[in-house]
Design a protein around this ligand. Structure first.
Ligand code: PA5
Length: 433
């Protein structure tokens, strides 16, 4: 990321020095000692009662059902997907399926064809309870479930994760007698992966959720203790300077591990919805926000790297390297008479993927393309919980540096109102052509 490595498209020593000063005050502001209050996600490691509630309920549900169907969208969906794709790989837990993040009838029909609802629990996740994609899907699945098991029995299959007090889903749960888990007050959807929103599906999948919280706590503590906020703040600061000083308005996250693909999708929402804003805190029009891109190494070397290496100088790239994979394999010494293949023989696949990341970083550097790598020792509960806290803290710091509200999403409302009008919701008019 530094000018010393990539020239004019990187951060100079002088800029880095001044950035470190800004990071001190941004971190103070995130901690709530500045203009704004402390964001709820920083208190997640202390929410032990909710974590235990998830573990107990997950054990009960896993004993009774084969499959958990999680129904949610955005922040009520992507965190759980990221956790399960990274860590839910063994046979300890339930099968977890996801639906409700779209209203694509083919996808929903496909799910219904492939599960036996009698052996499924439904986890409807919606803070508001009014979001059309998951709620319409829930209404359908609930209806099909009732046809199979009867009105009285269906409630035993449903767990509603929603606001503790208000919202439509809270009322439905009360009326129907569903078990509930809370979406904690003060923790917005995209910051809620390590609350019951993500922890319950993770626990059902057999993931040790205590490890996630331990990892998150370590990163949170280091962010709180270090005057400049440590690594998450530095990441935020470098992206901020890339954006405001060098017009690098695209940021690519490229983990070199298939199981972190969904983490990239989770990050994409976090960075986009939190930082893409029209006005600053004083109401002035600023139109800020880098466009986050979720790429996958090494796969996207054969899809995206041509553009990243030779296209516009408008991006930063962040790789994630996993030092030790949970499994490894060796390329067999076979067909060694062929020059184009023989060099591969005897190399571990982990060695190859590491070489691919290092080579791509090197090539980008040679082209003057700023990039950085986050190294994690392995994919585990602790490192994934840590990565999530890292990116949430970084997002909060970036919000302070940009002087915007990172916790709202006013830009999605106009589309929602128009859709209500099109679908004939009372009180909303159909938009003109
Ligand atoms: O991050 C957010 O706040 C959003 O992405 C929400 O999570 C998403 O819109 C779903 O909202 P709800 O949980 O109310 O259904």
């Amino acid at each position: 990321m530094l000018a010393a490595k990539v020239g004019r498209s990187g951060e100079t020593a002088g800029q880095l020095k001044s950035l470190k000063r800004s990071l001190r005050s941004a971190r103070r502001d995130v901690l709530g000692t500045g203009e704004t209050g402390r964001p709820g996600f920083l208190g997640i490691p202390e929410r032990r009662a909710e974590m235990r509630e998830c573990m107990v309920l997950a054990e009960e549900v896993a004993a009774r059902f084969r499959t958990l169907i999680v129904i949610g969208i955005g922040g009520s969906d992507l965190g759980a997907r990221a956790l399960i794709s990274a860590l839910g790989r063994d046979d300890r837990g339930m099968e977890v399926r996801f639906i409700g993040a779209n209203t694509d009838p083919e996808e929903i029909t496909g799910l219904l064809r492939s599960v036996d609802l009698k052996r499924c629990a439904l986890n409807i996740v919606s803070k508001s309870g009014g979001t059309i994609e998951p709620m319409s899907t829930f209404l359908l699945l609930r209806d099909r479930l009732i046809r199979k098991v009867g009105r009285r029995n269906h409630a035993r299959h449903v767990i509603a994760t929603t606001d503790r007090e208000k919202g439509l889903l809270r009322s439905i749960a009360g009326r129907e007698g569903y078990r509930t888990l809370p979406v904690p007050e003060g923790i917005g959807g995209r910051f809620s992966a390590l609350t019951p929103v993500g922890l319950f599906p993770a626990a059902c999948a057999g993931i040790r959720v205590t490890q996630l919280i331990t990892g998150a706590r370590k990163v949170r503590d280091s962010f709180v203790k270090k005057p400049s906020g440590g690594a998450p703040a530095l990441f935020a600061g470098l992206q901020y300077h890339a954006f405001v000083r060098r017009k690098q308005n695209i940021t690519v996250l490229m983990p070199y591990a298939d199981s972190l693909r969904e983490l990239g999708q989770w990050f994409r929402q976090l960075w986009a919805e939190s930082l893409g804003k029209r006005t600053d805190r004083r109401g002035r029009t600023v139109r800020v926000g880098q466009t986050p891109v979720a790429a996958l190494g090494a796969t996207d070397q054969h899809s995206q790297i041509q553009l990243y290496n030779e296209g516009p100088l408008d991006k930063t790239v962040t790789f994630i390297e996993v030092e030790r994979f949970r499994e490894d394999l060796v390329v067999p010494s076979t067909l060694t008479d062929l020059d184009g293949l023989s060099y591969m023989s005897g190399h571990r696949f982990s060695e190859i993927i590491h070489a691919e990341r290092a080579a791509t970083a090197h090539a980008l550097k040679r082209q003057g393309r700023p990039n950085g790598t986050i190294f994690i020792p392995e994919i585990s509960g602790q490192t994934v919980g840590g990565l999530m806290m890292f990116f949430m803290a970084a997002t909060a710091v970036a919000g302070e540096l940009l002087d915007i509200d990172a916790y709202d999403q006013p830009g999605v409302e106009a589309g929602k109102r128009a859709m209500y009008g099109i679908l004939g919701r009372k009180g909303y008019s159909r938009p003109g052509r």
